[in-house]
Design a binder for this molecule. Sequence first.
Ligand code: AMP
Length: 214
Amino acid sequence: MKIIMLGAPGAGKGTHAKGIVEAYHIPTISTGDIFRQNIKEGTELGKKAKSYMDAGELVPDELVCDLVVDRLEKDDAKDGYILDGFPRTIPQAEALTAALKEKGTAIDYALDIEMSDQAIIDRMAGRRVCSGCGATYHIVNIPPKKEGVCDSCGGTLELRKDDTPETVKKRLDVYHEQTAPLIAYYKEQGILHEIDGSLGVEGVKAKVKEILGE
Ligand code: AMP
């Protein structure tokens, strides 16, 4: 089962992907997480990606596409995967379609988590990320057991640098301009499913289950 999570930054793609992982045992591949890991490790890729990310802009397609296609070759992705944060532009989607077609396969589901810009701005202000393992929390909706401390690894929870209100506004502009056209792209392919993100974690989980089946 090959799944793409669509939706604006902060719509909860990562959170909902986690629910799917638990139910279907396929890995999540998050390009944002891959970049953040590379920044942490100080790699060349991390250095190149950082300035774009801090400004709320997209990392250029040529730095993203090969990276994802290589990642999909790994053993753990052979029975399927969830792509979180990729593709984000029409050229990325076309590159993915072409790479999969070469292997005689294709994406099965594109799940679009819909949220209004205002709801996203409100939600991002409360989002916290573990500096150790990258797990995400929300101070109201998904609080950790102990304030400021990750339940999984005990790491410190932080506000992501690109979750500040100014950067969030920029990221939403970029989303509407460059990523939202993917909704029509996958609709045309007949694999788009729109889900109301305001249903909350359990509500969305139930919808996803309905769509993907048991
Ligand atoms: P995310 O964690 O998915 O919100 O990604 C954080 C940031 O990483 C984005 O704002 C972009 O700067 C960069 N990024 C992640 N995925 C992509 C992608 N598929 N294409 C371009 N930039 C990306």
